[in-house]
Structures are given as structure tokens and as C-alpha cells.
Design a protein around this ligand. Structure first.
Ligand code: F6P
Length: 545
């Protein structure tokens, strides 16, 4: 990939000037003066209808942003991404999670070793899952498994956990739990729900060296052997890892270790054998459909002109707000409880990838990179933080995501949910003028003094940008497509910001720091730290005794 400082490009200068001219841009007026604004800025890809028209942009903005993508050689970068060039340069790795989504029936169309490796590992996983479902593989006592516990953290937890929850309507009779945090109380609360005799434990760790996961796995294994039989570990514990030696040393049978590859980053690994808990909980057919959805977004991303390319346009808008409007964050608002974990999943995917301050030449950047993402499902979110979105001082571009069809037939609920979904983006754009506040107040019996006092508090400035993503229905396929859409958005942002999106040195540092403090805690030592940390450690020890 080329190392191009985006701020040195012509299009960046054009965008800067354009931004200065656009400061007075009024969304409401833009719709009033242009009948085709909605259709001009809407992208349709099969079951995805992505409406960008309620954003602070004109066709000139879009053209300049597309020029920026071209000047930063996004086309060349996309080729490198899909052809397996080692674009994770600081770790010397390829970034090939897209290979994991190649459908089984395309196996023979491809010669790529990676695609073949991915398909082979997937085939082994599907065989195993099917055997658990049909009862060919049984518990130590010869019964069917009815529970699975996924033990992993970060990418080895967030993706599978989010997908499993999102596909609740597709759950089969195997219940899946997730243990991630090293907090003993969290582990205990899950263990209390389990029957060890019918539970399968899946230890997911690419490195098989992560402190949290190994601590949790060891506690769980001890709990299990105390209740069943040490000889049962082979049947009840499996692993997903690229470190076969450590997984074997832990006591996992070699044939029960599902391979992860170093060419797939943890936060992009849900498509791999890391998804085994999901496949166990929703079945292999639904898992395949998830992959198909991801693959169809890969094709859209690779083959669609930037102007109509959904991930490209979403990424360019993020850059527009982040670097020109100086917006610091972006809200992700799914109007469905099924996607409750989507914002936290995306926090890792987006913020671990693009939270970088050194460019691809190794120089500190002097422009903003990775934005902050956060969110909650609507309508709950409306009763929590929407006040700040409507009347606060910050610019928060937001993604509103909803599904036209609900899973179950409750039209009264669904109509109300969708009414809120549409009404909010309209209200954020239109706001409420002083004149309309006055008109409303006139209808009340308040005194004119009270009316005057209240007036400023009831005005909404409006002009708040939103993107609406309306999808036909939440299915494994549309979910796969949605996740892949965000993955490619992350990639495009990283290319334009000229940073490396696929390493995570900041998190690695945290892992080492905790080890040092752990040694101190184990020997109740408090010196050798700053005064604040020393006092905190002493306070902690005093509470323990
Ligand atoms: O959070 C840092 C990280 O390295 C993630 O990228 C990864 O998903 C997570 O730790 C867990 O790592 P592992 O799968 O090796 O246990």
C-alpha cells in the first residue's frame, strides 16, 4: 500500500475550502430546494437501503471525498487487501479474513492456499458441530450435550457473543454462555447455571497465552474435574487456537483443536473456527448463511464504484465529520434488541483498528484518526442519551439501523418501533424553530412571562446528521453483510488516514503492565509505583485483611 499523507493531497485542500463554504449548510433547506436529494444520496444493494441524504454534504462534497479516496490509492489498497499482501506490516502478517467467507461451493474455483486452508478448517468445524447435534459425539456419560461455554476475550469473545445474541430467533436446543472477564464473580455466576455432565467448553484464544482466558479456562477445568472425572476433559474441552502446542499442553486432544491462522486478526475472526460456539448454537446452515452474507458484501465492496459503494461512502463520511467538522464520535443505534451487543463489538473492531497516532511511515500524524463509537438499541437509547444528541453542544453523526420485518408478528409493537426510528432522524434534522415553539406555547394557559422563560429551552437547532440503514430482515445473511460492511469501512478509513489498522500495540502494552502489578499484589508490595498507585494498593490490601 502506498504511504500517502491525506492532508497533502489536492482533494484535502479542496475539502478544506469546501468545508469553509459549507459552514452554513442547512439540511432542511437542502431538501426543500432539491427534490431528488433523497434518491441522489441513497445506495441500494439488494436488501440494504442506505440513505445518506440526511448528512451534511452536497454532491460536491461527495465528489471531493471520492477524489480523496482515489488520490490515496484506495483502489490499489483494496487489491492488496484481497490478494493477501502482508498489509499488517508491523506484525508481518496478511489480512485475509475475507477468505474465511468464501462459500464451500466455490472451493474449487480458487487456488489460493489461504482459501483452501480456511475451507478445510471450516469443513472440520462443521463436521464436529453436526456430530454434536446428531449425537454422534456425546458427553463422557454418553448423553447429548445441551450447553456450550465459550471461554475467550476480545475478538475471541465479542464477535461470537454479539452474533449469538443477534441470532436469538435461530437458537437451537444448545444453550451457549460466554465467559470473558477475568473477574472470578463473572465465572462463578456462569458456572452456577451449568450441569457439568452435559456442558462442552470451548477455549478460544489465538495465542493461547492470554492471561484472562487461561485463568478462566483453568478455573473452569478444575471445577469440572472436581464434579465429573479428569478423564472426561478430552470429551468436554475443545480449543480454537493457532498455538496447538499450548492447547495440547492444557489437556485438549489434538483432534479437538480447531485451527486459527495468523493471517486473521482476532477482531475479524468471528468468520473462522472462532465462530464454533455460534455454529453449535444456531446450526451449521445458519452459520454458512452468515458467511454468505459477508461474502456478498465483499463482492459489493470490490466491484462497486466508490460513488455507490456502501462501505466506501460510510468511511468517507466518517472522515468528513472527523477531520473537517472535528466531530469526535459516532453513534451506532440499532433499532432492535437483537443487536444490543453490536456497539461494543464495533468498539473493538473500530477503535482497536484505527486508534493509531503514527502514520505508515512511522511519523506522528498531525490530523485526527480513529473516531470514538458508542451506542445502544433504540428506543431505549431515546430515553437515555438522545437529549444530548438533540440539544447538546456536540456534533454526533449517527447510524440508525433497522429491519423492515420483525421476526414475530406484533404489528402494534413493530409499527411503534419503526415510527420512532423514522421520527428521530427527521427530528434531528428538522429541529424545532423558535416560531413553532411560540406557536405551541400560545396554545397553553401559561402566563406570557412563563412562556417567555420557557421558550429558549424548547428550541431544537436541528441540522444533526444521520445515516439510515434500512434492511429487509435480520437473518444470518443480512447480519453477515452488515458486519462485513463495517469491516470494510474500517479498512477504507485506515487507508485514507495512512495508518496501520491491523495491529494493536496499545493493547499489548496493557497486558505486560498488569503482569508487573500482579507480582506486587501477590506479595502485597506497594512501593516502586507513583504515589497515587502506591496509596491505592495499600488501600486495597487494607480492605482485604
Ligand atoms: O485485545 C487484544 C487482543 O490481542 C485482541 O486483538 C484479541 O482478540 C484478544 O486480545 C484475545 O487474544 P487471544 O485470542 O490470543 O486470546
Amino acid at each position: 500500500m502506498k504511504n500517502i499523507d491525506p492532508t497533502e493531497t489536492n482533494s484535502w485542500q479542496v475539502l478544506k475550502e469546501h468545508y469553509n463554504n459549507l459552514k452554513k449548510f442547512d439540511l432542511k433547506e437542502a431538501f426543500e430546494t432539491n427534490d431528488s436529494r433523497a434518491s441522489n444520496f441513497t445506495l441500494v444493494e439488494d436488501d440494504f437501503y442506505v440513505d445518506l441524504s440526511k448528512n451534511l454534504l452536497t454532491t460536491a462534497t461527495r465528489d471531493a471525498l471520492v477524489d480523496l479516496a482515489e488520490e490515496c490509492d484506495l483502489n490499489g489498497a483494496i487489491d492488496s487487501y484481497f490478494n493477501g499482501s502482508p498489509i499488517n506490516v508491523t506484525e508481518g502478517r496478511k489480512v485475509m479474513h475475507t477468505a474465511l467467507r468464501t462459500p464451500l461451493h466455490k472451493a474449487n474455483d480458487h487456488n489460493s492456499t489461504y482459501i483452501k486452508q480456511a475451507l478445510e478448517s471450516k469443513r472440520k468445524m462443521f463436521e464436529y458441530v453436526d456430530k454434536i447435534h446428531d449425537g454422534t459425539l456425546t458427553t463422557y456419560g454418553g448423553n447429548k450435550f445441551d450447553t456450550v461455554v465459550n471461554i475467550g476475550i476480545g475478538g475471541s469473545d465479542l464477535g461470537p457473543n454479539m452474533i449469538y445474541d443477534a441470532l436469538e430467533a435461530y437458537h437451537n436446543n444448545i444453550k451457549v454462555h460466554f465467559i470473558s472477564n477475568v473477574e472470578g464473580d463473572h465465572v462463578e455466576e456462569i458456572l452456577r447455571k451449568l450441569n457439568p455432565e452435559t456442558t462442552l467448553f470451548v477455549i478460544v484464544s489465538k495465542s493461547f497465552g492470554t492471561q484472562e482466558t487461561l485463568t478462566n479456562a483453568t478455573t473452569v477445568r478444575n471445577w469440572f474435574t472436581d464434579r465429573v472425572n479428569p478423564a472426561a476433559v478430552g470429551k468436554h474441552f475443545i480449543a480454537v487456537s493457532s498455538n496447538v502446542d499450548s492447547a495440547t499442553a492444557f489437556g485438549i486432544d489434538k483432534e479437538n483443536i480447531f485451527q486459527m491462522f495468523d493471517w486473521v486478526g482476532g477482531r475479524f475472526s468471528l468468520w473462522s473456527t472462532v465462530g464454533i460456539s455460534v455454529a453449535l448454537g444456531v446450526g451449521t446452515q445458519n452459520f454458512q448463511e452468515l458467511l454468505e452474507g459477508g461474502h456478498s458484501m465483499d463482492i459489493h465492496f470490490q466491484e462497486t464504484r466508490f460513488k455507490n459503494n456502501i462501505p466506501v461512502q460510510l468511511a468517507l463520511l466518517t472522515i468528513w465529520y472527523n477531520n473537517f467538522f472535528k466531530a469526535q464520535s459516532e453513534a451506532i443505534l440499532p433499532y432492535t434488541q437483537y443487536l444490543q451487543k453490536l456497539p461494543s463489538y464495533l468498539q473493538q473492531a473500530i477503535m482497536e483498528s484505527n486508534g493509531k497516532s503514527v502514520d505508515r511511515n512511522g511519523n506522528p500524524v498531525d490530523y485526527q484518526t480513529g473516531n470514538i463509537v458508542w451506542g445502544e438499541p433504540g428506543t431505549n437509547a431515546q430515553h437515555a442519551f438522545f437529549q444530548l444528541m438533540h440539544q447538546g453542544t456536540k456534533l454526533i453523526p449517527a447510524h440508525f439501523i433497522a429491519f423492515a420485518k420483525a421476526k414475530y408478528h406484533h404489528p402494534d409493537h413493530h409499527n411503534k418501533l419503526m415510527a420512532n426510528f423514522f421520527a428521530q432522524t427527521e427530528a434531528l434534522m428538522n429541529g424545532k424553530t423558535e416560531a413553532s415553539v411560540i406557536a405551541d406555547l400560545e396554545k397553553t394557559s401559561l402566563s406570557s412571562e412563563q412562556k417567555n422563560k420557557l421558550r429558549p429551552f424548547k428550541v431544537f437547532k436541528g441540522n444533526k446528521p444521520t445515516t439510515t440503514i434500512l434492511i429487509d430482515e435480520l437473518t444470518p445473511k443480512s447480519l453477515g453483510k452488515l458486519i462485513a460492511m463495517y469491516e470494510h469501512k474500517i479498512f477504507v478509513e485506515g487507508v485514507i488516514w495512512n495508518i496501520y489498522s491491523y495491529d494493536q500495540w496499545g493493547v499489548e502494552l496493557g497486558k505486560n503492565l498488569a503482569d508487573t502489578v500482579l507480582n506486587d499484589i501477590e506479595s502485597q508490595k506497594s512501593d516502586g509505583h507513583d504515589a497515587s498507585t502506591t496509596a491505592l494498593l495499600m488501600q486495597f490490601y487494607s480492605k482485604l485483611s
